[in-house]
Write a protein that binds this ligand. Structure first.
Ligand SMILES: [Zn+2]
Length: 113
């Protein structure tokens, strides 16, 4: 299961950081792009399994979903897509496949105590 292995790597990373700093992690903040290929619900569900028996047991995974941003060649601007179904500029309708943001899978913060 794809999401479980991702959850495991997130937990390993956070565990390392917690050990290094001598703190207890209470929450992990993660930014997930809409094109990351990760199912948010599945990842959230895998987190409890991945943290069981680790230093992260009992902590929370806080997921922020990041929208897809493309570059519109006609407007020469970055445009945030209202939907990932349609890769075109929401302003002028020009199709764009130049994705600038939306593939992120990144731990942005650790809440510690
Ligand atoms: Zn445009």
């Amino acid at each position: 299961m794809h999401e479980l292995s991702i959850a495991t790597s997130i937990v390993e990373l956070a565990e390392e950081e917690a050990e290094r700093r001598g703190v207890r992690v209470v929450a992990v903040h993660l930014t997930l792009g809409q094109l990351s290929g990760v199912v948010t619900e599945a990842l959230a569900g895998s987190y409890d399994i991945a943290t069981a028996g680790t230093l992260l047991e009992g902590s929370r995974l806080v997921i922020t979903e990041a929208p897809v941003v493309v570059f519109c060649p006609a407007c020469r601007e970055r445009r945030t897509l209202p939907s990932v179904q349609l890769f075109q500029c929401p302003q002028c309708g020009t199709p764009s496949a130049e994705v600038i943001e939306g593939r992120e899978l990144q731990v942005t913060a650790l809440e510690v105590e």
